[in-house]
Design a protein around this ligand. Structure first.
Ligand code: F6P
Length: 341
């Protein structure tokens, strides 16, 4: 019987390295046949597969994206859920699944596990917000891209004497902002876990300006001010009351400019953080995750997610990964805050 692999949810640098690690370990060490389901759970509920042999995964660990495609399809919406999945797996001769994804994917994997389907999960997200593992693959690459971008924003900001705001990914948690902000020497790091006042941001900006430097601020997309009244000034909103140009960075920039008199520009890095070549760290982590997922399947450890604990790859039950986010602890924020202003 075959092992099926799927990549689901938003893409992430390192997905192909997981696939390669799983295929090499599965075929070369265990003599198993692997197939890939196309476009995440869509391929599972529609029975859309491609073969995954050694030649299909040659040289892919350095490639961004996923050779399998991905989607945000939920296998429990518009189908018979576990029954549809079970029927398709039986028909295609697939006895177990490796589901590579974030919270949504793993929540679906848990429901399928509860229905008796044999699944192992692999934690994927650039945001690093999954519990049950020290790091998700993709986070290191996204952080490096954000750091490089801020290094560039700094030289143009310095040249013009402007305040530069970089908006990075992080819907619920601020790991990318925290790490890239520390690495690039940002003068303020704004994250969803820490509500901050506009007055405090203005204080940091003016103290940097008064030292003759151009302020650099990194803000995670999910950040909110402690009182939104301040930011909801007319300057940041369009005629419908929506942020005029997009996200929180675009809302903060005009406010900072108005309050400090310092010309301010905002750049949203967006999906650039998810595209392109994975870092060496992510390739290695992802490859190890892929191999460990196959080990779990062969050892019949279903309903588990492979996980990094320190430097060891182990696995945890889906429950440990789900239901609570891996947020930035207060101590990590306080440590970074020593560098602010
Ligand atoms: O969850 C990862 C993430 O990159 C978030 O930081 C971001 O808000 C979201 O995905 C973007 O998703 P989409 O690809 O659907 O625009």
């Amino acid at each position: 019987m075959k092992i099926g692999i799927l990549t689901s949810g938003g893409d992430c640098p390192g997905l192909n390295a997981v696939i390669r690690g799983a295929v090499l370990k599965g075929t070369e060490i265990y003599g198993r046949e692997l197939v890939g389901f196309r476009d995440g759970w869509r391929g599972v509920v529609e029975g859309d597969i491609i073969p995954l042999g050694r030649k299909d995964i040659q040289g892919i660990s350095k490639e961004g994206g996923t050779i399998l495609g991905t989607s945000r399809t939920n296998p429990f919406e518009g189908t018979n859920g576990a029954e549809t999945v079970r029927e398709n797996m039986e028909r295609l001769g697939v006895d177990s699944l490796i589901a590579i994804g974030g919270e949504g994917t793993l929540a679906a994997a848990k429901r399928l596990t509860d229905a008796g389907i044999k699944i192992v999960g692999v934690p994927k997200t650039v945001d690093n917000d999954l519990s049950g593992t020290d790091y998700t693959f993709g986070f290191d690459t996204a952080t490096q891209i954000a750091t490089d971008a801020m290094d560039r924003l700094r030289t143009t900001g310095d040249s013009h004497g402007r305040c530069m705001v970089a908006e990075v990914m992080g819907r619920h948690v601020g790991w990318i902002a925290l790490h890239s902000g520390m690495a690039a020497g940002a003068h303020a790091i704004l994250i969803p876990e820490q509500k901050t006042s506009m007055d405090q941001i203005v204080e940091w900006v003016t103290s940097v300006r008064d030292r003759g430097r151009a302020p650099l601020i990194v803000v995670a997309e999910g950040f909110t001010l402690d009182t939104m009244d301040d930011a909801h000034s007319e300057r940041g909103l369009d005629a419908f009351g929506r942020p005029r140009l997009g996200g929180i960075g675009d809302m903060l920039a005009p406010e900072i400019e108005a309050r400090t008199g310092l010309e301010t520009r905002s750049t949203t890095l967006g999906h650039i953080q998810r595209g392109g070549t994975p870092s060496a760290y992510d390739r290695v982590l992802a490859t190890r995750y892929g191999m460990a997922a196959v080990d779990s399947i062969v050892n019949e450890r279903w309903g588990r997610m492979v996980s990094l604990q320190g430097t060891e790859i182990t696995h945890v039950g889906f429950d440990e990964a789900l239901g609570k986010l891996n947020t930035v602890p207060q101590s990590r924020y306080d440590e970074a805050a020593i560098l602010f202003g």
